[in-house]
Design a protein around this ligand. Structure first.
Ligand code: HEC
Ligand code: HEC
Ligand code: HEC
Length: 490
């Protein structure tokens, strides 16, 4: 209750703040040149490794753009936030950042000009990074990243989210910028795993559910969250809801290759994180992350508590019937439609009865986290957006998208995707999950929208009314003595 009222107070203060103060000027004001330190190659290399572990490139580089030159729009529930140019370009990038300013951007979410960053930049995770690591990253960015003189689009969020100062209130509530506390009864490996998972590798940014102000709910850490159209599942070591049935070696394999046969494979943002970041980590670091993750508190998922794990559900469909394009005993038009689409668009790779290929390159659709979980987002998103992943040895994992190309021959409508998903769920996956036309539309639009904007606007209205009342009160209070004086003089 106390924290709630504190939350409300601080939120209110933040909103009030945003009302009375205008947005800070966003022109960069260079203050100092980077210290000309002896560029120690070993430190730079460490910085390079940390940049990979932190996946800076995932957000700060467009698919065909120059490394770190920015320009990617990060979808957030209140609108798109553009990742900026963080090459050492003095005019367009961070070439004028001092090491302190760089540290503040990474750990406190404050830009060199003092303006606040939106938490689309994962400073809430990077906040645990040590001074030594920040130093290495800084040297790497200043000395080894090619400057790119190229501006990125401005972020323009709807009112009141366009007022960056509101993030000050948010940070006061939700940013823990203290270093990780020592833990007596854990070994070096666990501590290293914690540092990587909580900091640079920021697992929690995607896998932890968020509260109504978009803050991570710390008591539900890693228990699963929607990230745009994809669902980052529960990865706590809970036996049935989480990945408690995975061995440490399997988790390492997944982070390294994006696939654990007969369990799961990575698409969406996890595929990106593996392609650019996790697959390049040392085995020691991956083992450390796995040790730490599998030692987190196990959190049950309400809906799946009584079920078997999502890695052990479903079975091969009725081969002969599916081969003809019609499941045995198909009852509804929707099911027939789903079967036909499966036969035409999916069976060529995933097999006529969903069994996949022996080498696992085309995965089986049963005993698969994407079809057997309680949340169908990843099944729908896979159908709409496909899968694309690079492996470290130069391999390319690819499933074509079936939904996001309006004029493509293989484009499926929302009703098609719903029928197909329900067919896959019923015959191979979790038959208790159902997908509707509207569910598909939500994923097509980039995932469920948060009501944060609405809340903020309501907050602003309430704050506005109160400020008005305050002004009126101040005016009348000021006026009264004036009138008395006037009367006195008469
Ligand atoms: C999940 C996406 C994401 C990742 C990962 C990420 N950033 Fe960012 N970063 C952003 C976004 C978005 C912004 C712009 C935010 C804004 O305008 O409020 C930003 C802004 C910044 C800025 C402020 C630059 C300026 O003056 O505008 C710096 C510095 C920065 N990032 C450095 C880094 C570094 C270094 C890493 C890796 C250690 C990193 N970022 C990883 C999304 C990301
Ligand atoms: C940028 C967002 C993002 C980050 C960061 C991220 N994940 Fe994921 N993760 C996802 C998404 C989305 C999926 C679902 C992928 C799919 O099934 O296609 C996923 C899937 C997984 C799975 C498979 C679970 C299952 O049931 O299929 C594991 C294990 C996992 N992540 C572990 C981690 C660990 C450990 C970290 C940190 C080292 C991490 N992830 C960081 C988004 C993320
Ligand atoms: C051209 C071959 C191909 C076709 C056609 C194809 N897929 Fe895939 N599918 C793949 C590959 C490759 C993967 C990724 C395997 C990996 O990540 O290791 C995949 C992965 C998946 C996954 C798991 C995704 C995840 O997030 O874990 C699902 C579910 C899936 N496909 C369903 C379908 C459905 C339904 C269709 C029919 C619309 C279909 N696929 C058509 C090749 C294909």
């Amino acid at each position: 209750m106390k924290t709630l009222s504190k939350t409300i107070q601080a939120t209110f203060a933040a909103l009030l703040c945003t009302l009375t103060l205008t947005a800070q000027a966003s022109t960069a004001t260079p203050t100092a040149t980077p210290a000309a330190t002896q560029a120690d190659q070993a430190v730079i290399e460490r910085g390079r490794y940390l940049a990979v572990a932190s996946d800076c490139i995932a957000c700060h580089t467009t698919p065909r753009g120059k490394p770190m030159a920015g320009g990617t729009s990060i979808a957030s529930p209140v609108g798109a936030i553009v990742a900026t140019n963080i090459t050492p370009s003095k005019q367009f990038g961070i070439g004028n950042y001092t090491e302190t300013q760089f540290a503040d951007a990474l750990r406190k979410g404050v830009r060199a000009d003092g303006a606040h960053l939106y938490p689309a930049m994962p400073y809430t995770a990077y906040s645990v990074m040590t001074d030594a690591d920040i130093h290495a990253l800084y040297l790497y960015f200043m000395k080894a990243v090619q400057p790119v003189d190229q501006a990125t689009a401005e972020t323009s969020l709807p009112f009141p989210m366009n007022i960056r100062l509101s993030m000050k209130g948010w940070n006061a509530l939700f940013l823990n910028d203290k270093p990780l506390a020592p833990v007596a009864d854990r070994n070096e490996q666990w501590l290293r795993g914690r540092y990587l998972a909580e900091g640079p590798a920021h697992c929690s940014t995607c896998h932890t559910p968020r509260g109504f102000l978009m803050q991570e709910k710390l008591d539900l850490q890693l228990s699963g969250a929607q990230v745009g159209p994809w669902y980052a599942p529960n990865i706590t070591p809970h036996k049935t809801s989480g990945i408690g049935s995975w061995s440490q070696a399997e988790l390492v394999t997944y982070l390294k290759t994006g696939r654990v046969e007969g369990k799961a494979q990575a698409a969406g943002s996890m595929a990106e994180a593996i392609t650019h970041s996790f697959s390049h980590l040392t085995d020691d670091d991956l083992q450390a992350i796995a040790v730490y993750i599998l030692d987190r508190p196990a959190i049950a998922d309400d809906k799946s508590e009584v079920q078997r794990t999502r890695f052990d559900q479903g079975k091969a469909g009725n081969a002969l019937a599916a081969f003809r394009g019609l499941p045995a005993g198909a009852t509804t038009d929707e099911e027939v439609r789903g079967a036909r689409i499966f036969s035409a668009s999916c069976a060529s790779c995933h097999g006529y009865n969903g069994q996949g290929t022996k080498d696992g390159y085309y995965p089986s659709l049963y005993k698969n986290s994407a079809t057997a979980g309680v949340n169908p987002s990843n099944l729908i998103a896979t159908i709409l957006y496909g899968v694309e992943r690079e492996t470290k040895d130069g391999g390319h994992v690819f499933m074509p998208p079936f939904g996001n190309q309006p004029n493509a021959l293989n484009s499926l409508s929302n009703d098609d995707v719903a029928a197909l998903s329900n067919y896959v769920l019923k015959y191979y996956g979790n038959p208790s999950v159902k997908v509707t036309h509207d569910d598909v539309e939500v994923i097509r639009q980039g995932g469920p929208q948060s009501n944060l904007l609405l809340l903020a606007r309501i907050g602003m209205v309430v704050a506005g009314v109160l400020v008005l009342a305050l002004l009126v009160w101040l005016r009348t209070r000021k006026k009264r003595p004036v009138r008395i004086n006037e009367n006195d003089w008469k």
